[in-house]
Design a protein around this ligand. Structure first.
Ligand code: SAH
Length: 238
């Protein structure tokens, strides 16, 4: 399991998140464009989890942070409209662990002030919302990491059930799905189906559809092959 913190402004929160992870047995921390890191406040708040900070990977984009993952869960203090399916941490943990695939599971946490953008949420298969006080549901970033990591730990202790291991073909990775969306968008533009002046959330809706479907490699190859074939029709006698 990989914890991804996006554009964190307070280095102390990065340290506290590392501590939250280590107490739950997780070690892989990826930071996307943190405002200040490394920083003494991060080390101070990490306490005995400074080793996680030393090993943390710092990258510029969310796509880089998600490389090698095949399932991604974002987190949000607010419920959103046109986003991925929303789950409480307990249900999300069970679902994430039951997902067949060899890649990592990524848990993505947003900025202290503004959370994750819609574009970032579109990279996620699920959206985890901690059902807190509806009048004030915005937890401190590291507190949110603690709760989600705890539920992942509890779920790991459960015997694996459901879909795990039953897939015919490995799950499509996040990078492969990005290539599919690029291919779909190019084909939709070239065909005139997608009007760049009036895109009407088409790509967001397609992402949501495919993220729900959780394609495996065979299915991904079929769709890619089909789009390519539709782009170059054979001449046929009618
Ligand atoms: N105003 C922001 C709050 C961000 S809090 C927003 O509406 O999203 C910083 C981060 O902590 C969030 O991006 C999310 O990753 C996590 N977080 C805080 N409260 C949460 C909650 N109730 N459920 C899930 N994640 C939460």
């Amino acid at each position: 399991m990989r914890v991804v913190l996006v554009a964190t402004s307070h280095p102390g929160n990065i340290g506290a998140a590392a501590r939250a992870m280590k107490t739950m047995g997780f070690t892989e921390l990826v930071l996307v464009s943190p405002l200040e890191f490394p920083h003494p406040d991060a080390d101070a708040r990490a306490s005995a989890a400074v080793d996680l900070l030393k090993q943390a990977r710092v990258v510029e984009t969310l796509d880089e942070a998600l490389a090698g993952c095949d399932v991604v869960a974002g987190t949000s203090a607010r419920l959103r409209g046109l986003g991925p399916p929303e789950l409480a941490p307990r249900d999300a943990a069970a679902r994430l662990l039951a997902t067949p695939g060899e890649g990592d599971v990524a848990l993505v946490f947003g900025r202290e002030r503004t959370g994750l953008s819609n574009e970032e949420l579109d990279r996620c298969h699920y959206l985890i919302h901690i059902p807190a006080n509806p009048d004030y549901a915005s937890l401190n970033l590291a507190a949110a990491v603690q709760i989600v990591a705890y539920e992942m730990r509890l779920a790991q202790a459960q015997p694996v059930t459901a879909e795990a291991g039953e897939a015919e073909s490995p799950a499509a990775t996040v990078e492969e799905m990005e290539r599919l969306y690029e291919h779909l968008e190019a084909a939709a533009l070239a065909s005139g189906f997608l009007d760049p002046a009036n895109p009407k959330h088409l790509m967001r809706r397609l992402r949501r559809l495919f993220n729900r479907a959780r394609l495996d490699q065979n299915e991904l190859n079929i769709i890619r092959g089909l789009i390519a074939a539709l782009q170059t029709p054979r001449h046929r006698k009618l």
